[in-house]
Write a protein that binds this ligand. Sequence first.
Ligand code: EPZ
Length: 420
Amino acid sequence: MDYLKILKNKQLNGEIRISGAKNASLPLIAMTILAKNNVSMKNLPKVADINTLLKLLSNLGANIDKQEHCVVVNTTALHETKATYDIVKTMRASILVLGPILARFGHCEVSLPGGCAIGQRPVDLHLKALQSMGANIQIKGGYIEATAPNGLQGCEIIFDKITVTGTANIVMAAALAHGITNITNAAREPEVVQLCEILNASGVKIDGIGTAVLTIHGTNGSLININEFAVIPDRIEAGTYLCAGAITNSELTITSVEPKHLGAVLSKLEEMGSTFTLKEDSITIHPSKTIKPVKIVTQEYPAFPTDMQAQFMALATQADGVSIIEERLFENRFMHVSELQRMGADISLNGHTATVNGKSELSGTDVMATDLRASSALVLAGLVANGETDVHRIYHLDRGYDALEKKLGNVGANIQRLKE
Ligand code: EPZ
């Protein structure tokens, strides 16, 4: 296995190009199940989760032509409708094939994704919504067995909780359903917006895009033509590198980014003392005299994203004062805390709230990544820790960050990928 060796940094300097969004790419790849043509996707990130979902589609019979950052997917020859445990266990977002396969074929089996490091992460809301649309859902031997022999029927759906992949799953199911589906309490994340925009441009009329109430006019089972598109930039990757700039007090420009997707993140960084120069598709963060403490509560978009919580915790260890970080979406998303504490961070936990007493002098040591975003928090801490920080189990990082060590190395970070 690989690990990252990081030495304390002076400041960073230069430009980092942001890759396409992992969390936009995954539903968009699943969306190709609804298409009757070759679907060409550009600006795909080179990350493990994308390869996993493409492998799943290939196992189902899709034809995949993958280049470096783009792919052409043809699902017209799809003949399998079972997403097996061996793949789903490695990437829970495989659940995204459930809605489209069920809508297209009238039956689908998907291994239950099971929990993951950050929480139990049930899919009950996905299943309840599909049942409302007429699906018969059974759980057998760890698999979701879904049938809808007469196709799915449009209906009123109210999500008890805002669910990102739940919204995407139901939007895709509703796209081929008979009649109109209204989703209330829908997720408004940019990744869901792009899925809706592309479906809408492909003949699936969707009203309310970007709002919490989506109205999807189903095609009554007709497959759609999807024109070539480019995946939106990854706002979480962008936020992570902005935190790298803030924690090392650097002048850093991130390019190929959509600033309007980062409102809550930029606002919190400003509260912590950062200043920015924003252009149409770039953000420059400027050095600040000190890092101020902050209060953060993670919530659904457009509020502060849970996927940035760990990175801000690393930054908060360098703030002059006490920061409070409350994690409201996942029940176990503080596993980076113990690793940061081992580096010398002064953090105390009380339920879902972390109190970070800064500024801590961090010391490099061996640390272990536990989940995708925790990994990036440990890299950020390593940039300012005295001595050498070795981040192990970075297969977590490789799931969602495209060439992180190269991108940071290109702006002056002393970071190497080595073999254990
Ligand atoms: C998506 O996960 C993202 N993953 C996650 O990013 C992100 O953290 C999360 O949304 C929240 O923004 C992808 O888009 C592939 P949810 P998702 O359904 O859709 C509960 C990363 O780091 N819930 O919005 O699985 C759930 O337990 C990953 O890139 C139910 O109770 O998250 C959680 O508490 C990590 N029942 C809350 O809702 C359900 O059926 C939000 O989950 C579904 C969800």
